[in-house]
Ligand binder design. Structure first.
Ligand code: SF4
Ligand code: SF4
Ligand code: SF4
Length: 345
């Protein structure tokens, strides 16, 4: 507020406002990690400031919604929109930022695919409210009060945004130009996109992913892949994996095979399986379905030849039962944007 007041006074005295193109970053249902990712471009932030008027970012700046509403349509050159659409406020801001931005980019997995918040799509809004506000042992709520959009108080009506029945991606509520995948996107990839804009490079066709490659994490991973067959899957705490061999070959569910490249295979580099945060590779409609299909090809029941059909089914069931959480494993980041979209059975 103080900053805006000062700006207004400067304008009143005839000072010219910045003529640099405006850049903004908005968070919807988000954890704040995407803002950290932007800050993690380190000293390049000075180049960003030299080339853009960093105009709106609720996490870092005090610009208000009314300041955005006062802009001409398309006056913001680029908006990085992170976070999923969970509330009416998220949706309202998505439409506003679309209107005011030349280029609207779904920044990070929440905005691009729903990410962790969208795993809540497996349950109803009523079930969430029950577990958060009514059954939660750490909440003292003797009158069973749950949030509602309007509450009458002596001073008038208090209003809060509506909590939607399910989480949506940015492109499910408005027109999006590009996406930058990742949870959060890798800073060097973020800077690569900003630098391309600064240098006036032609951007790829609308709808493309920026800061990601055309292949999979496996392409960036230096582990030795032998396409071994596996007889069961392991949780990460159950084995200490070999540091050179492919993690999937060792029975750890590594989503690298069904995930777009761009991060530099960060997780396998530190002996952890990829959990899929860069989303589906180019041309893949559904990341979870691709991974399930890939696993189908590596499950080994060959040494148990001669088994009856029932015994074979039990064998396959046993292997599948060693996968702990199907949605959280195969759709950890992509449920809202997947074919399932979080349909409840
Ligand atoms: S994409 Fe990841 S880092 Fe970014 S807001 Fe969502 S959960 Fe946080
Ligand atoms: S499955 Fe995982 S560990 Fe194996 S090559 Fe691909 S990214 Fe590397
Ligand atoms: S290895 Fe997978 S989970 Fe890890 S940062 Fe890369 S895409 Fe994300």
């Amino acid at each position: 507020m103080l900053y805006n007041n000062k700006l207004n006074k400067l304008q009143e005295r005839g000072y010219r406002m910045s003529t640099k193109p405006k850049l903004s970053m908005y968070w919807a249902s988000s954890c704040g990690g995407c803002e950290v990712s932007l800050v993690n471009i380190n000293e390049k932030i000075l180049d960003l400031a030299a080339n853009f008027d960093f105009y709106f970012c609720p996490c870092l700046l005090d610009t208000k919604k009314k300041d955005i509403e006062a802009l001409e349509d398309g006056e913001i050159a680029i908006t990085f929109f992170n976070g999923a659409i969970r509330t009416s406020e998220n949706e309202e801001m998505a439409h506003l930022m679309r209107e005011k931005s030349k280029i609207l980019i779904a920044f990070g997995s929440c905005s691009y695919e729903g990410c962790i918040p969208a795993l809540s799509n497996l349950h109803t809004k009523a079930a969430h409210f029950k577990s958060i506000y009514l059954d939660n042992p750490t909440v003292d709520n003797p009158h069973g009060i749950v949030p509602k959009t309007e509450t009458e108080v002596p001073e008038g009506t208090l209003a809060i945004p509506a909590f939607y029945e399910s989480v949506r991606t940015l492109s499910q509520v408005t027109d999006v130009d590009y996406s930058i995948p990742g949870c959060p996107p890798e800073p060097k990839q973020v800077w690569g996109v900003i630098e391309a804009v600064i240098q006036g490079k032609a951007l790829p066709p609308k709808g493309s992913s920026l800061g990601a490659g055309n292949s999979t994490v496996c392409r960036e991973c230096e582990r030795k892949k032998e396409d071994k067959k596996i007889t069961r899957f392991y949780r990460t705490w159950e084995i200490i994996p070999d540091t050179q061999a492919c993690l999937l070959d060792q029975g750890l569910i590594c989503m690298g095979i069904a995930t777009a490249d761009g991060c530099g295979a960060l997780c396998p580099k530190v002996n952890m399986p990829c959990t899929g945060c860069y989303g589906p590779p180019v041309g893949t409609l559904d990341q979870g379905a691709k991974m399930v299909a890939a696993l189908g090809a590596i499950i080994d029941i060959g040494e148990k030849k001669g088994l009856s059909e029932d015994e074979l089914v039990r064998c396959v069931d046993h292997i599948i039962d060693s996968i702990p959480d199907y949605s959280g494993t195969f759709y950890k980041y992509s449920l809202a944007g997947s074919i399932l979209g979080g349909k409840r059975g």
